[in-house]
Design a protein around this ligand. Structure first.
Ligand SMILES: [Zn+2]
Ligand SMILES: [Zn+2]
Length: 256
């Protein structure tokens, strides 16, 4: 099962990253719909896809407006969008107000509250859980027969945060890490995570494979998360596999 990282920046695009969007073609499943969504065109070979939205901040939903193009040039005909009711309403009313965008693509909206905390999504059991973030966000856990994946963005990681209980034992965790340890104050203020806090919390919860993403678009050097500067103790205890996501990276989730 391949995870295509289509957009790996937080907040706004940079010369090398677009904003949050991930796609698993094998299950026609997308995680968030930021500006990176435009990279999906060549991967769309089916009539329907599902999109799980973490929340409705612009960097996670802007790409929904691109879908109109892809229903005309790919087999795509229907898009199922899942998220909290108020977030879906905000997107529908504001992003797709004709003053901002002229036509609503063929989207079917699925408020997750109506589905319960755990629902069937194609071949997966999908569960969702709240995350602390200005305006609120939700994380998702997907359990397929032989593989599990959790997606946690946007939030401030700490070993005490309740969501770690929901993702115990997952094979892969995609977790936001907008900031390096040099910007802890800004991370707290904006409801985001920093490198050491994510590594420490993930290790404490027994996470073994971690994909770090939602990366600060202003951090353009070769080590945007400052991994080389992480405290020895935290580094030694880190999850055994750490991937810093980049746009167009494909992660083979099946290689456990
Ligand atoms: Zn974000
Ligand atoms: Zn946000």
């Amino acid at each position: 099962m391949k995870l295509h990282c289509l957009g790996t920046a937080g907040y706004h695009p940079s010369a090398t990253r677009h904003t949050s969007c991930y796609f698993i073609p094998e299950h026609s499943l997308m995680l968030d719909a930021g500006s990176g969504l435009f990279r999906v065109e060549k991967l769309l070979e089916v009539e329907e896809i599902s999109i799980l939205l973490s929340h409705s901040h612009m960097d996670h939903v802007f790409g929904l407006t691109f879908l109109l193009d892809y229903v005309s040039v790919t087999p795509l005909r229907k898009i199922h969008v899942y998220g909290e009711h108020v977030k879906l309403e905000a997107v529908r009313k504001h992003l797709f107000d004709e003053l901002l965008f002229p036509i609503l693509p063929p989207i079917e909206w699925h408020p997750i509250e109506a589905l319960g905390r755990r629902f069937e999504l194609g071949m997966a059991k999908c569960s969702w859980f709240p995350l602390e973030h200005p305006g609120g966000s939700v994380g998702y856990r997907l359990d397929w027969e032989n593989l599990s994946l959790a997606y946690v963005t946007d939030t401030t990681a700490s070993p005490q945060a309740e969501y770690w209980r929901e993702i115990q034992g997952v094979d892969w965790l995609i977790h936001e890490c907008n900031f390096s340890d040099e910007s802890i104050e800004l991370a707290i203020k904006t409801g985001h995570s920093w490198t050491s806090a994510v590594l420490e919390s993930a290790a404490a919860s027994g996470i073994r494979r971690l994909i770090l993403t939602h990366i600060n678009p202003l951090a353009t050097d070769s080590d945007p998360l400052g991994l080389a500067k992480v405290d020895d103790e935290i580094w030694t205890a880190r999850p055994k596999q750490i991937v810093v996501a980049s746009d167009s990276l494909i992660v083979d989730l099946s290689s456990l």
